[in-house]
Design a binder for this molecule. Structure first.
Ligand SMILES: *Cc1c(COP(=O)(O)O)cnc(C)c1O
Length: 416
């Protein structure tokens, strides 16, 4: 069952203030979910979630997460700027970048962020651009397929990220000679998975490699970063990852692998989707109905507001407000207005009969939703609204205007 944090009357009240389309985020639900994650890993005194900023880079939401114990996982200059502007610095930032521009490393070092190195050649590159810190993290790519039992969870052999196993040994030896004192180890081996087993399997692998590296090189490991990748139940019949079970299985791997080696580590995660994904909604209005070879419902939003269905064919659940209990006896393609035939929020979806003016709410847009937005066809990004725990709302990003769209042409003097 997919639920909403507002009913039809409440949503109409909100729309009176903010015209559709907009994304709205449920603050209470985000924080409740974060606390659940933190509780699942509370056996590890140093546990910290570094929220993946790219998932939903709104400063109001980032501040809320930071006030509730999160650090931030950044991978670009502007994501670092967001943290800097919020006073989030030092060990509250994990800079997990790849193909990194020199100025990004310099800025991350200036903020004293943790640096998660993506490649062995970045040792010299970072030395030249910002300098090496006392503590550094290395990203591991074991290659091949990442198997849990007989299930293929990911395909690191095809992924551009990380050091090979041999490069980890060589790189860490080099970092030790260059004066680095403490190490972290990171890997992201499966993306968008609801398998509860993913974190336990990943943790066991990273713990094992950290113990080996410690024995081979003498390096002092202080943390393991399990990165992101835990998914959410996008469709009503999908199951969710059992985070409590995952937390206790990671603990078991820790007791079996890390403690016998006499090591002590903090555990970090870099979840994005899991934290905010289910608690964002794209609120739209049906503006057109079209009956040709198929039946189409045209919304006032498009793939520029939510790219995942067009890009990955992802399922996003749809609720037609006020028609929650009506039979889903109409077959529709629900579209946006881009001149691209993949601009469809749903294809062949059974829904209640939709009329022009109906409010159509698209679920699970709280991560990789607004943030993947773009300006193709001259489409403008929507507003973002925060639904507060007391039911009030707050505008946390205004909608773009044509002036924003043309702002990079300002020097031409065409739109003054
Ligand atoms: C994208 C990304 C994440 C977050 O991924 P989710 O699927 O949102 O959990 C975390 N770490 C790194 C390095 C990433 O690139």
């Amino acid at each position: 069952m997919k639920t909403l944090p507002f009913n039809q009357a409440q949503l109409e009240e909100i729309i009176r203030q903010y015209p559709t389309p907009f994304h709205i985020y449920d603050e209470a639900a985000i924080l409740k979910n974060l606390k659940r994650l933190q509780a699942a890993f509370s056996w590890n005194a140093g546990f910290k979630e570094y929220y993946a900023v790219k998932a939903e880079p709104n400063p109001v939401i980032l501040k809320l997460l930071h006030e509730n114990g999160c650090g931030m996982d950044c991978s670009s200059y502007t994501e670092l700027m967001l943290c800097d502007a919020l006073g989030i610095r030092g060990e509250d930032i994990m800079f997990s970048s790849n193909d990194t521009p020199p100025e990004d490393f310099e800025y991350a070092r200036k903020l004293n962020a943790y640096i998660n190195l993506d490649d062995i050649t970045h040792i010299d590159f970072l030395q030249q651009h910002g300098g090496l810190p006392e503590t550094i993290c290395c990203r591991y790519n074991p290659g091949g397929n990442f198997l849990v039992g007989n299930t293929i969870m990911g395909n690191p052999g095809d992924a551009k990220y990380g050091f090979t196993r041999e490069q980890l040994t060589e790189g860490i030896k080099k970092l030790l000679t260059l004066g680095v004192k403490n190490f972290g180890l990171h890997a992201f081996l499966a993306s968008n998975t609801t398998e509860s087993n993913y974190y336990p399997a990943l943790a066991r692998e990273l713990f094992t490699v950290a113990v080996e590296l410690h024995e081979q090189t003498g390096a002092n490991f202080t943390f393991i970063n399990l990165s992101g990748g835990i998914s959410i139940p996008y469709s009503p019949d999908a199951s969710e990852a059992n985070i409590e079970w995952a937390g206790s299985e990671v603990e078991r791997a820790y007791r079996e692998v890390i403690e016998p080696a006499g090591m002590k580590l903090d555990l970090y995660t870099e979840l994005g989707r899991y934290i905010t994904g289910p608690y964002g909604y794209l609120v739209t209005t049906a503006v057109h109905k079209k009956d040709i070879h198929k039946q189409y419902i045209g919304l006032d939003a498009c793939a520029a507001n939510l790219m995942r269905p067009a890009m990955y064919g992802s399922y996003h659940h749809i609720t037609v407000m006020g028609k929650e209990n009506m039979p889903c006896d109409h077959l529709y393609d629900v579209t946006g207005s881009l001149c691209e035939n993949n601009d469809k929020f749903a294809v062949d979806r059974m829904l209640p009969k939709i009329d022009i003016g109906d409010r159509v709410v698209i679920h699970d847009t709280g991560a990789h939703g607004f943030s993947m937005g773009y300006n193709y066809n001259g489409k403008l990004r929507s507003a973002e609204v925060l639904l507060r725990p007391d039911g009030s709302t707050k505008l946390i990003r205004r909608a773009e205007t044509p002036k924003d769209y043309f702002s990079t042409l300002d020097f031409l003097g065409l739109f003054d």
